[in-house]
Write a protein that binds this ligand. Structure first.
Ligand code: PL3
Ligand code: FE2
Ligand code: FE2
Length: 202
């Protein structure tokens, strides 16, 4: 991780900060909620990993609560309508894959793509966060590494059987994440998160 200095001139209570925060924190809350649902769905698809996956889904529910409290702490109302539109394409692709029993695709979307996006975002946010949100995010990001690890291990163990599916899933979903990254760029910048750091992290 690059070393960052918290910028001293962020006013966490300004209108412009709180407006950007309503969308960014909305995205994070929606992302955690969808992750919660996705791991429950995966527990169905992968009965041999059911206990692990249900444990991950519970962690996601806790993450969501944490980020809801970050909004309350700044008296911000998260924009969940914007957030569900933001995730719509990935959400649809996950549902389609799950309906077709494409476990590798589901894991690429949730455990590799979404968790990596979250880990990059949270690491860039931590040094510029308010004190309350920093503590929440520091504890969340530790969990996210274990979620990424779950997907990596499963895909490694099954790689020969699923490599074509993994490649197709990447081809289908990476351009979507690129679009999502561009969509948050402006608001993220208001929070002190610079795009060039995203590119270094991802
Ligand atoms: C699953 O564990 C997590 C899914 C969350 C997806 C997050 C996307 C990140 C978008 C930019 C957020 C910046 C972080 C700000 C935190 C309040
Ligand atoms: Fe999470
Ligand atoms: Fe996660």
């Amino acid at each position: 991780m690059p070393q960052l200095q918290a910028s001293p001139d962020i006013d966490f209570h300004s209108e412009i900060y709180r407006d950007a925060y309503s969308r960014i924190d909305g995205i994070v809350i929606e992302g955690e909620q969808e992750a919660y649902e996705n791991y429950i769905r995966l527990a169905d698809l992968l009965p041999e990993c059911k206990d692990d996956l249900l444990r991950l889904s519970k962690m996601e529910a806790r993450h969501k609560k944490g980020f809801e409290s970050c909004a309350r702490n700044l008296t911000v109302t998260p924009d969940l309508v914007f957030a569900s539109q933001f995730f719509a394409s990935l959400h649809q692709n996950f549902q389609d894959a799950a309906n077709e029993n494409k476990i590798a695709t589901c894991l690429v979307i949730q455990s590799l793509i979404i968790e990596c996006f979250a880990i990059a975002a949270y690491n860039i946010y931590i040094p510029v966060a308010d004190d309350f949100a920093r503590k929440v995010t520091e504890s969340v990001v530790k969990d996210e590494y274990t979620h990424l690890n779950f997907g990596e291990e499963w895909l490694k163990a099954n790689f020969e059987a699923v490599k074509d599916e993994v490649e197709a899933a990447n081809r289908q979903n990476l351009p979507i994440v690129w679009r999502m990254l561009n969509e948050v760029e402006r608001d993220a910048k208001v929070l002190g998160m610079e795009k060039k750091l995203w590119l270094k992290t991802l």
